[in-house]
Design a protein around this ligand. Structure first.
Ligand SMILES: Nc1ncnc2c1ncn2[C@@H]1O[C@H](COP(=O)(O)OP(=O)(O)OP(=O)(O)O)[C@@H](O)[C@H]1O
Ligand SMILES: [Mg+2]
Length: 507
């Protein structure tokens, strides 16, 4: 008899439908065959499934049985299909009639005892079940992350017996309620605060603008100026993600298996800070089963590249295209997988190898050639991608000794949240959510300049020989500066401040 169980495969952060067809009672040698492009782990799963069946009181098939994972052109990986295959075997060998099978998407790994084990991608499967208007049957632990998605009935099962009895209508289970923790989530107070940063008013201002509009920012300054210190305090002023952004972040972490490994949800925007020895695959994503890299794990948040000049040039260059497109594509023989990576890059570096070029108190020991070599580690096009480039001078002794505490993160965050709200309203009919990601057409529409500002920008363009990309970036940053003041029109002072943030173009 043939039985079909609906399941899913993970493709990046999306799920695709997979039909698990089991046909038992065929003529021929006693064999259990799995076809439909399964990987080795799936092929080996039959021993696990047989043990689980036997230990749960079911007979293993005593006739030839074929399992087909359809469609066959999609490569299947992971242990999602243990439970669907076992259920298919039980139904097709007539051991139980699972009348509700068609209404469900089912996934789960089986233990030898029949216990159902956690799988990665629970949240992604829930999004797919909602799309397909199906119910979802998952292992207990995976069902927890799935319940962040509303509008889908999710049932959690502990073992094979429980799953069979539930699908046969012998026992009733209560669907898990949707958990919207985001609405009640409160930011922790113990995170690093901007009130500890003395002086550095211009840097604080630039960082606030960058965070408010999602602009890439590059800080260049001598050792000990407070670049890393400021960057580490960025999470304390980031606005809360919207529910859609939260689900996107969670889907990426779910696909990476991090929700499963770390047993926590990510309610805040991510802040990732990889070491400069990171490989291309670690940064962009990779692996035989494509896994999101740091740039995707920072989607809707911040990717902090401290000591930017120490990163391998090729690694930095590989970021260029994804930064422009907002997603990264990983090609494998099994197909292409796309991960989103709309992230804000924060870079920090010294101006020269000794670190003191342009410093008032210490003399730089580097030769022109040293400086040139050092700067050439980061290409012009890469520098061009930083909307805000700021020279950070050493903090003065007066500022360090001052007992006056600086403005707190809380106060800065109020303005950032306000600017975020204005942007949500502006982009409510667009795919884009932040000023930094505006298309050229959106820049034309939302960043109109008056006569005075236009002349100002034109002059700056000519004098600094700015690129067309820099032109758009100046307008985008001006838009954010105006938003921080809740100003509808971009004024000349906004443009002027924005031009100041092209320090690398000026030098
Ligand atoms: N503006 C500041 N206010 C208070 N403390 C500061 C400030 N700037 C630097 N410091 C102190 O100096 C330490 C070093 O600063 P930080 O690591 O941020 O420097 P950096 O600019 O990243 O230097 P490097 O280029 O060497 O990485 C901080 O941990 C902090 O104690
Ligand atoms: Mg540092």
């Amino acid at each position: 008899m043939l039985s079909t169980v609906q399941s899913c495969a993970l493709r990046g952060i999306d799920a695709v439908n997979i039909a698990v067809e089991v046909n038992s009672g065929e003529r021929g040698d006693l064999k259990f065959i799995i076809v439909g492009l399964p990987d080795t782990a799936i092929k080996e799963s039959c021993d696990r499934i047989f043990s689980a069946l036997a230990n749960s009181g079911y007979a293993i098939p005593h006739t030839r049985t074929t399992v087909n994972l359809a469609p066959s052109y999609i490569r299947k990986e992971g242990s999602f299909y243990d439970l669907p295959i076992a259920l298919g075997v039980i139904q097709s060998t007539g051991q139980s009639y699972l009348n509700d099978l068609n209404e469900f998407i089912i996934a789960g790994e089986l233990g030898l005892s029949g216990k159902i084990r956690e799988i990665k991608g629970g949240l992604t499967f829930a999004i797919q079940a909602k799309k397909e208007k199906k119910k979802l049957l998952l292992p207990v632990e995976s069902a927890q992350e799935a319940s962040f998605v509303d509008g889908v009935e999710i049932f959690a099962v502990n073992n094979l017996n429980e799953a069979v009895k539930f699908l046969a209508g012998q026992i009733k289970l209560t669907p898990l309620g949707h958990k919207n923790f985001l609405a009640t989530f409160k930011k922790e107070d113990n995170c690093l605060d901007f009130s500890e940063v003395k002086g550095q008013e211009s840097l604080r201002r630039a960082v606030e603008i960058a965070v408010a509009g999602g602009h890439n920012i590059l800080m260049i300054g001598p050792p000990g100026a407070g670049k890393s210190m400021v960057a580490k305090r960025i999470p304390s002023i980031m606005s809360m993600p919207t529910f859609d952004e939260f689900l996107e972040t969670m889907s990426i972490y779910s696909a990476a298996g991090l929700l499963m490994a770390e047993k926590r949800a990510y309610f805040e925007r991510p802040f990732r800070s990889p070491h400069h020895t990171i490989s291309n695959a670690g940064l962009l994503g990779g692996g035989s089963i494509p896994c999101p890299g740091e740039i995707s794990l920072a989607h809707n948040g911040v990717l902090f590249l401290d000591e930017l000049s120490e990163f391998r040039r090729a690694t930095l260059e590989s970021l260029r295209q994804p930064l422009e497109d907002g997603d990264v594509t990983i090609s494998r023989s099994s197909g292409k997988v796309k991960f989103p990576c709309k992230t804000m890059i924060v870079g920090a570096m010294n101006p020269c190898p000794c670190g003191y070029l342009g410093d008032k108190s210490r003399k730089c020991k580097c030769s022109n050639l040293d400086i040139q070599r050092y700067r050439s580690r980061i290409s012009g096009p890469m520098i061009d991608r930083f909307d805000i480039q700021i020279n950070v001078p050493a903090v003065s002794v007066e500022d360090i000794r001052s007992k006056k505490s600086s403005e707190s993160s809380m106060d800065m965050r109020v303005r950032v949240e306000m600017a975020s709200k204005i942007q949500s309203e502006r982009f409510k009919f667009s795919k884009n959510r932040r000023n930094a990601n505006m298309s050229h057409n959106e820049v034309m529409k939302f960043c109109e300049l008056d006569e005075k500002s236009s002349v100002l920008l034109e002059t700056a363009m000519k004098q600094l020989c700015l690129s067309a990309r820099a032109y758009d970036k100046i307008l985008k940053v001006s838009r954010t500066i105006a938003d921080l003041e809740c100003e509808e029109k971009i004024l000349s002072r906004h443009v002027l401040e924005s031009i100041q943030y092209r320090s690398m173009d000026r030098s």
